[in-house]
Design a protein around this ligand. Structure first.
Ligand code: ADP
Ligand code: MG
Length: 393
């Protein structure tokens, strides 16, 4: 173990003196923007209690019985199999309300299939740690290029099972991407982690045009066009714009943000997670990671417009009251079909077209990457889609 990592682990043990009897820290397994995660052995579990068999199947976890049995932790029974936990040390720079939010949502979701459950959490002054069952997983970049269509369907079934239960709880995850969905290609099981950016639907929300009925929206657009033509004939940007600037939650990871997040929709729904899951599927099928590689939101809009074309991108912007204009010559009016994008990215020519299975996957992809969030497939519908249905081998 690296010296600085060892120093961090020592510090954790000093901050939480009780840890020494509960967990044996093994190594650092993750370091992100908001936390450091360690793998540790749980040395206090009751080895006759099968509900604690995390590593083998975190998805079948049930809360442990309220039993304190420390006396036999030192002399191990030969039948004892090690159990591992992930200790997530949340950076002290995170606001208390943010930390509380993550822990609270994890607690609400503790019974959900394919969601990594929270075992417990500790606080020492400003330091909070969350204890989760350790879930063995592969590195996405190492396995995604080798996935067959049936592997992809199994991977997505697991991801959409998690999304369905999260969305049933009216929670937006907001940060769906490969590093937050731990997947073990050997067992073909996955769990969703990292609720650090998650929020309840409707919190921090102001009405957005996209939630008006289509008729009301058309009427309003016609009215405003008329008003502009009659009272304000000059085109271009107003010199002194008195409208307050739009504020919307744009948290997430670049390349995975849904169009409505980029258009600063103020009434975002759980469908933003479906778009991000679609980006994962596009990544796997195109064999390119990262698929979108924008430095900022404006570039991200250009990347999406390149695929979908300016015509559809403009319509998508208008849903949220945004005008989309670009003079970049490579962005065409019509865009391209997903099938073409995948054929090009994988360097396949027209003499090697997509197989029927691949075409089915592409049809599913198009339902996930609908520009209009209200038309996008839901997690529940996705699990019923021909591509993900369990009876589809
Ligand atoms: P962050 O907010 O810092 O991104 P995450 O919850 O996403 O924190 O965890 C960061 C990384 O730590 C994950 O990408 C994963 O590699 C590892 N990790 C997190 N939870 C677990 C777990 N329960 N089992 C195994 N590894 C985990
Ligand atoms: Mg993460």
């Amino acid at each position: 173990v690296d010296r600085s990592v060892q120093a961090d682990m020592d510090k954790l043990q000093t901050d939480f003196p009780g840890f020494r009897n509960k967990y044996r820290l093994i190594k650092r397994i993750g370091e992100g923007t908001f936390s450091t995660v360690y793998k540790a052995e749980d040395i206090m579990y009751d080895h006759f209690d099968n509900s604690w068999d995390f590593e083998d199947d975190s998805t079948k976890w049930t809360p442990p019985p309220l039993k304190r049995n420390t006396s036999n932790s030192s002399h191990r029974s030969p039948r004892r199999k090690a159990r591992y936990v992930a200790i997530k040390k949340i950076y002290v720079t995170s606001s208390p309300s943010r930390i509380l939010n993550e822990i609270e949502l994890l607690h609400d979701l503790r019974q959900c299939p394919s969601v990594c459950p929270l075992i417990t959490a500790f606080r020492h002054t400003d330091q909070v740690v969350a204890i989760l069952p350790y879930f063995r997983h592969g590195d996405f970049r190492a396995y995604f290029r080798d996935m067959t269509i049936s592997d992809i369907a199994i991977y997505l079934r697991s991801l959409f099972t998690a999304l369905k239960s999260v969305h049933d709880h009216k929670i937006l995850h907001r940060d769906i991407k490969p590093t937050n969905f731990l997947y073990d290609p050997a067992t073909q099981r996955g769990v969703l982690v990292d609720f650090g950016l998650a929020e309840r639907e409707g919190s921090d929300c102001k009405p957005c045009l996209c939630h008006e009925s289509r008729d009301t929206r058309k009427q309003r657009q016609a009215n405003s066009a008329w008003a502009q033509n009659s009272t304000n004939p000059q085109v271009g940007y107003p010199k002194s714009d008195t409208r307050s600037s739009r504020r919307a939650n744009r948290a997430g990871t670049r390349g995975f943000r849904a169009p409505e997040v980029l258009f600063k929709c103020t009434e975002q729904t759980t469908s933003i997670d479906i778009w991000s899951a679609g980006v994962i599927l596009l990544t796997i099928m195109s064999k390119r990671f990262p698929f979108f590689n924008s430095a900022d939101d404006v570039e991200a809009m250009i990347e999406i417009a390149t695929i979908f074309g300016t015509k559809r991108m403009k319509a998508a912007g208008l849903l949220h009251g945004c005008a989309f204009e670009t003079s970049i010559p490579t962005v065409g009016q019509q865009g391209f079909s997903m099938e073409k994008i995948i054929l090009w990215s994988t360097c396949r020519t027209d003499d090697k077209p997509l197989t029927p299975d691949e075409k089915l996957a592409v049809r599913f992809l198009e339902r996930c990457m609908e520009l209009d969030p209200s038309r996008r497939i839901t997690a529940e519908q996705a699990l019923e889609h021909e591509f993900l249905r369990v009876d589809n081998p």
